[in-house]
Design a protein around this ligand. Structure first.
Ligand code: CU
Ligand code: CU
Length: 341
């Protein structure tokens, strides 16, 4: 790599035509210009070949569905450090698997822990986080977090080859709604294949109690023509139209809404029969606006809070009609207070 900067190497399309050897070279180059990443392990390509059978625990049965993803929060393995700081350790493993993206339609995804979106990482501001990343996929990957952290924890230059691993360490700040995704080039491909998830940093004084729901808006280009055939929340088109989300009259609802749609410039969320308090990026406890529709670019996210005063079925959907028709539509089933789901 002498005479060639890391940036130049990246600009030449690093992962596109890159075998494991090239990825290992990139990792070595990275080490030469900054402190050696503590968690880097040398690749073991023989163990992670494309033809490798899928282990039983990674097959479709037992994988969380979009309804479970709504409220599946990964708080990590908690320990108290000397001095009283809370440490949370998470494990993210990238691997390839077929996932269902619509009725009868599967997609050859690249996943974190087997789902698209990956697990929702949740913590409190001031916590020390350690994210153990293992790449058991067939391409080089990273975990790029949004939020504040050091350069070598940013998941951009320390590319982890198949069979490699990396520990991301940071102090969670500020509070808000963030996200993570792979940041290997071509980024468009690594994002649209499914390598992303939600990252929630709670304020030290928690938000008021509510039914909390994570909604990751995305799409799938199933015929690889550079356009999405399906639009979803939490990974399966029309899932919440077929399986309305039960809530109660008078119940406070809080949605953590994240846009990871690739190929289309914007996405949106529209709520029927109601308005919501909008907290952009969730970094303030003061509502930015009261509205019924919000538009988000890729990587943007916001917290929505609302409550229904009367029962019935209420739609929520993208206000781009095409997205709604191609799967981005769901229902809240608002039930009287005494009829619990
Ligand atoms: Cu990747
Ligand atoms: Cu990003």
């Amino acid at each position: 790599m002498s005479g060639v900067s890391r940036r130049q190497f990246l600009a030449w399309g690093l992962p596109a035509g890159l075998g494991v050897t090239g990825a290992a070279v990139a990792a070595t180059d990275s080490k030469a210009t900054r402190p050696a990443p503590s968690g880097m392990i040398h690749p073991n390509p023989a163990q992670y070949s494309p033809g490798r059978p899928i282990p039983v625990e990674r097959q479709a049965a037992g994988v969380p569905d979009p309804m479970q993803i709504l409220s599946a929060f990964d708080y990590g393995k908690v320990t108290q450090l000397p001095g009283g700081q809370t440490q949370r350790e998470y494990t993210l493993t990238a691997f390839d698997r077929e996932i269902q993206v619509a009725k009868g339609v599967t997609f050859p995804a690249w996943t974190f822990n087997g789902t698209v979106p990956g697990p929702t990482i949740r913590c409190t501001e001031g916590d020390r986080l350690v994210i153990h990343f293992r790449n058991e996929g067939t391409m080089p990957h990273t975990v790029h977090l949004h939020g504040i952290h050091q350069a070598d924890m940013d998941g951009v230059f320390e590319i982890v080859p198949p069979g490699g691993s990396y520990d991301y360490e940071l102090v969670a700040e500020p509070f808000g709604l963030f996200l993570y995704h792979c940041h290997v080039m071509p980024l468009k491909k690594h994002i649209h294949k499914g390598l992303y998830g939600t990252f929630i940093v709670d304020p030290k004084t928690p938000r008021p109690p509510a039914k909390e729901l994570v909604m990751v808006m995305n799409g799938f280009d199933t015929d690889l023509d550079g356009e999405n055939e399906f639009y979803t929340v939490n990974g399966i088109a029309n899932y919440f139209a077929d399986h309305p989300i039960p809530i109660e009259v008078g119940e406070s609802v809080r949605i953590y809404l994240v846009n990871l749609l690739e190929f289309d410039l914007i996405n949106s969320f529209h709520l029927h029969g109601n308005v919501f308090k909008l907290y952009r990026t969730g970094t303030s406890l003061t509502s930015y606006e009261i509205t019924d529709t919000v538009m988000l670019c890729q990587g943007e996210r916001c917290i929505l809070e609302f409550m229904y005063n009367s029962p019935g079925k209420f739609m929520f959907h993208a206000h781009q009609s095409e997205f709604a028709e191609l799967g981005w539509m769901g229902l809240f089933d608002v039930r009287p207070h005494d009829q619990r789901a």
